[in-house]
Ligand binder design. Sequence first.
Ligand code: PGA
Length: 254
Amino acid sequence: MNKERKLIIAGNWKMNKTVAEALDLVRGLKLELTNVKEVDLVICPPFTALSEVSKAVLDSNLRLGAQNMSEHNFGAYTGEIAAGMLKEFSVRYVILGHSERRQYQKESDELISKKAQAAHGASLKPIVCVGETLTEREGGQTEKVLEMQVRGSLAGVTKDQMTETVVAYEPVWAIGTGKTATTAQAQEAHAFIRGLLVKMYDETVARRVRIQYGGSVKPANARELMSQPDVDGALVGGASLEARSFGDIVKNSI
Ligand code: PGA
């Protein structure tokens, strides 16, 4: 597939996999994906598996991401993890503002923007998630919600930092539900987000930013989604927990 931007496909393992299970999955992924160079491949295990997984991926094309981090660099923040601590395990990416964190941990756009700035401060590339709920979509609020989230979550991110930022469009109603946005719905939202980036930054920056689609991405729908001009990869939950399905999503996207 000939794309303007290099695809980036990331597996968000969420709260799954013990260290032993994580290492098992990495072994499988290395077999499935050895020769893939066309796509940036990222896996995001839980914090507890980062240390061992970081060693296991050293000799591979798999890059490491975390699922969250603190907006602070250090200090009395019980239970939190700072960007610098992630760097110790060669983590390069960090998912920020996932809808599950927006929902269960009540993360706001303002907090997410502080985290994004802290990530860039430590040279971690944030994957900033945005997306509307079903009620918002049905109420015709999709663009309004996306605009608020994109502007709010990326506030304070400079032009240079923005080109190193990944945006993930994840309609909340498509996450873990088996319902995928149609390719037209995905493309429309992605084009809208890129248009916003033109307004917030400029054409050059907007053309460079990779926008992933997330929400029930499977081997069967990956090719069609990735064929859309503004879809530059995928953030995969459930289907990233098995080497075969994640491998097939990647292969079908190339
Ligand atoms: P899903 O999750 O692929 O299981 O729908 C996507 C995500 O939450 O990133």
